[in-house]
Design a protein around this ligand. Structure first.
Ligand code: C5P
Length: 313
């Protein structure tokens, strides 16, 4: 057994370039077809050997993150410790920069980072591929959070096919002053379909598909074509739940973004911009408009969680 005392992990957030929602399955999950893209907005996790398992959180929205048994990173540590046959005696400190309840996969990223960090701390040698089965059990977005880059997601989001991206894109994220709960947004989407007299059971709907044009545009690095194909089926209901989101989208689009759309289940909104200078213009306009609480400028795709040196942080 190694005497490694601490490990630090950088875990990136994600944006869904298309989020196409199909019917509800008998297990309660919705069939989706999505393209995930990892972005350079990172949570930092420091794992230190300790007596017993402890989770602490700092940074943006820290107060909203559970520091008890329901914390997904804590559950991930228990899962990797069990797989490796060791006790989960570790203190995980999570420093948040990915918005909480923001649709950017923050909780999933922390879980993926904790899986990787636990494997490294205890030098279990499980590796990313071996951790994937644990990732799948922890949540629909955790497998992508482990993979990073850009990928097509099917099923409930866990069935992944890596894609190629010709270039790195520039993004601005507007962090809302409130969060949106993933089950609440999926529930609202389903009620909306019911009210409209539309079918909502998975057996009554065709499997959702992402547009082949978007996959081609990504492969070629055609930023304008990518921008034209950014869609999110949940944006309508999320904007109905929180009409303020429409104002944020209007400001970002009007300030030079090529496209603006809801991140995952919200409440963050994402703006694709042509370059870094426009990113700063859009970020400034968003802040000046007071239609969001804060902004993040990022690029992506980036690789999945990576181990760093504790002294870097
Ligand atoms: O998989 P995860 O635990 O992150 O999902 C949280 C909740 O989000 C699920 O319990 C479900 O209500 C909703 N969900 C869904 N369809 C998906 C993914 C999540 O309905 N594809």
């Amino acid at each position: 057994m190694s005497d490694k005392q601490s490990v630090t992990v950088h875990a990136p957030g994600k944006v869904n370039l298309q989020l196409n929602v199909g019917g509800r399955r008998t297990d309660g999950y919705h069939e989706i077809a999505t393209i995930f893209l990892a972005v350079s907005c990172y949570d930092k996790l420091v794992l230190r050997r300790s007596s017993g398992l402890r989770v602490t959180v700092s940074g943006t929205g820290a107060g909203e993150v559970p520091a008890d048994d329901s914390n997904l990173a804590g559950q991930a540590i228990k899962a990797v410790a069990k797989m490796g046959g060791v006790e989960p005696d570790v203190h995980i400190h999570i420093h948040k920069r990915i918005p909480v309840q923001g649709g950017m996969g923050g909780g999933s990223s922390d879980a993926a980072g904790a899986l990787l960090g636990g494997d490294a701390l205890w030098q279990l040698g499980i590796g990313r591929a071996g951790l994937m089965s644990l990732a799948e059990e922890l949540g629909s977005d955790v497998p992508f959070s482990m993979l990073g880059g850009v990928a097509l997601g099917r099923g409930r989001g866990e069935a992944l096919q890596p894609l190629t991206s010709g270039i790195t894109y520039h993004w601005v994220f507007a962090v809302a002053g409130f969060g949106l709960s993933t089950p609440a947004v999926f529930g609202a989407h389903e009620r909306h379909r019911q009210e409209a007299g539309l079918p909502f059971a998975a057996g009554c709907l065709p499997a959702p598909q992402v547009s082949p044009r978007l996959i081609d545009a990504l492969a070629c690095g055609d930023v304008d074509l990518v921008a034209q194909n950014l869609t999110n089926d949940l944006e309508f209901v999320a904007s109905r739940m929180r009409p303020e989101l429409t104002g944020t989208l209007t400001v970002g689009r009007g300030a030079g973004a090529l496209a603006g759309f809801l991140c995952g289940t919200g409440a963050t909104t994402a703006f694709l911009v042509p370059n870094e200078s426009t990113a700063h213009d859009v970020a400034e306009a968003l802040l000046a408009s007071e239609t969001c609480a804060s902004v993040r400028i990022a690029r992506g795709p980036v690789q999945g969680p990576r181990i760093g040196k504790a002294e870097e942080f």
